[in-house]
Write a protein that binds this ligand. Structure first.
Ligand code: PLP
Length: 411
């Protein structure tokens, strides 16, 4: 028999979203049920922006001709995309990030998992509770979790995020090495203001910690003054890696492209005391284990930075934000505890009836034919909440709202 990675035994048997998909498949098989509207989904309804489709068609034509053919590309990504990211996402916003600090990926999820390759197994990690489940699962697979006791891993520090504190996490009681911060947060939709990020950057500088800043939803931030990048905070380049994705910001969930920023100021140390640039280490990892995102997807991503691309994305995101704000208003009116729906595609709603997240999920599914995501799947602090997303058509959102409003009158 083949010896396999024991750490998998420590994982929950099924990934949260797979569990929901299975339940929904079962619902669809049931007789006389209300036609399903999916409000749980973290995927965009499409289509991709026209500028992206055109750029990708052109890229396919490039591949079809000997003169313009591209084979293996640079593992770190093509210069045409790295340059435009450095310029438009950072330098033009007054942030000093250089092309060589940008690494193109096939999406944020892969980079989040792959980063574990360059970090010591000894690192103590901290995650916001509730948070995107991949942060914990990635570290469980790498063996940084300790024991599973009372629904939690002993080796992981859970940073409580509560409604009363606008879902901003408190600093940990004992030192941690790696801190995952997601802003706008999935699932709560809350955005950490500048003062909060400063608190974390200062903590990381004092404790020699690394912040993994997941800003997959930065393009949804519309409130002036809220930070879109951790590098808006002084000193952050010494302590933070920023992970970004074109999935929800450019309609790339199927195309697959994103990027990570690994600043040259970021230093690591081997157990023998030898120091190393994290940027070099990540580059070494990528050149060994990754052969780059596809040329076609990178040309598509480049198109997002054109004037037409920018306008198209803004229109797309405006629609999702509108849906989310309608959902938010409905729950607010009904007296639920609500965050998100502003500066975020997600609405996070805590029921006032003392029901568990799973009960609310099941009840709304049965009574309204609407799927949500149970908050408890994102961590203990998510109990009592459900997550809904604005990634839908306005028509579906309005239908969902009128069904839920009818149900709310009955509870
Ligand atoms: N990070 C967060 C917070 C997410 O919600 C998601 C996807 O839902 C990802 C990362 C993964 O994004 P990608 O599609 O780029 O892999």
């Amino acid at each position: 028999m083949i010896k396999v990675n024991d750490n998998f035994q420590q994982l929950p048997a099924v990934y949260l979203f797979t569990k929901i998909s299975r339940r929904l498949a079962q619902y669809r098989e049931e007789k006389d049920v209300i036609p399903l509207i999916r409000m749980d989904i973290g995927d965009i309804p499409g289509p991709v922006p026209e500028s992206v489709a055109q750029a990708m068609h052109k890229a396919i034509d490039d591949l079809a001709s000997t003169e313009t053919f591209r084979g293996y590309g640079p593992e770190q990504g093509y210069a045409f995309l790295r340059d435009v990211i450095a310029k438009k996402d950072y330098q033009e916003r007054g942030i000093d990030i250089d092309t060589t600090e940008i690494f193109i990926s096939d999406g944020a999820k892969c980079d989040l998992g792959n980063l574990g390759d360059i970090l010591s197994k000894e690192c103590k990690i901290a995650v916001m509770d509730p948070s995107y489940p991949a942060y914990i699962d990635d570290n469980v697979i790498d063996g940084r979790e300790g024991k599973f006791e009372n629904g939690k891993y002993t080796g992981i520090t859970y940073l409580k995020c509560t409604f009363n504190k606008d879902f901003c996490p408190d600093l940990p009681q004992s030192p941690v090495d790696i801190i995952y911060i997601c802003s706008p947060n999935n699932p709560t939709g809350s955005v950490l203001p500048k003062a909060e990020l400063e608190k974390w950057v200062n903590y990381a500088r004092e404790n020699h910690s690394l912040i993994i800043f997941d800003s997959a939803y930065e393009a949804y931030i519309r409130t002036p003054g809220l930070p879109k990048s951790i590098y808006e905070i002084e000193g952050a380049k010494e302590v933070a890696i920023e992970i970004r994705s074109f999935s929800k910001t450019g309609g790339f969930t199927g195309i697959r492209c994103g990027y990570s920023v690994v600043p040259k100021e970021l230093k690591g140390v081997f157990s023998d005391g030898e120091k190393v640039l994290i940027n070099s280490l990540w580059s070494r990892r990528q050149t060994t284990k990754f052969n780059g995102a596809s040329y076609v997807s990178q040309r598509g991503a480049e198109a997002l930075y054109t004037e037409k691309g920018r306008t198209e994305i803004k229109e797309m995101i405006d629609k999702f934000l509108m849906n989310a704000s309608l959902l938010r208003k409905m729950f607010e009116k009904a007296g639920w505890k609500v965050t998100g729906g502003i500066d975020s595609p997600y609405v996070w709603a805590g029921n006032p009836y003392g029901m568990t997240s799973v009960d609310v999920f099941e009840t709304i599914l049965k009574e309204c034919g609407i799927s949500t995501t149970p908050g408890s799947g994102f961590g203990e602090e998510g109990e009592g909440y459900i997550r809904l997303s604005g990634f839908n058509t306005l028509d579906n959102t309005q239908k969902a709202i009128s069904r839920i409003e009818e149900w709310l009158k009955r509870v």
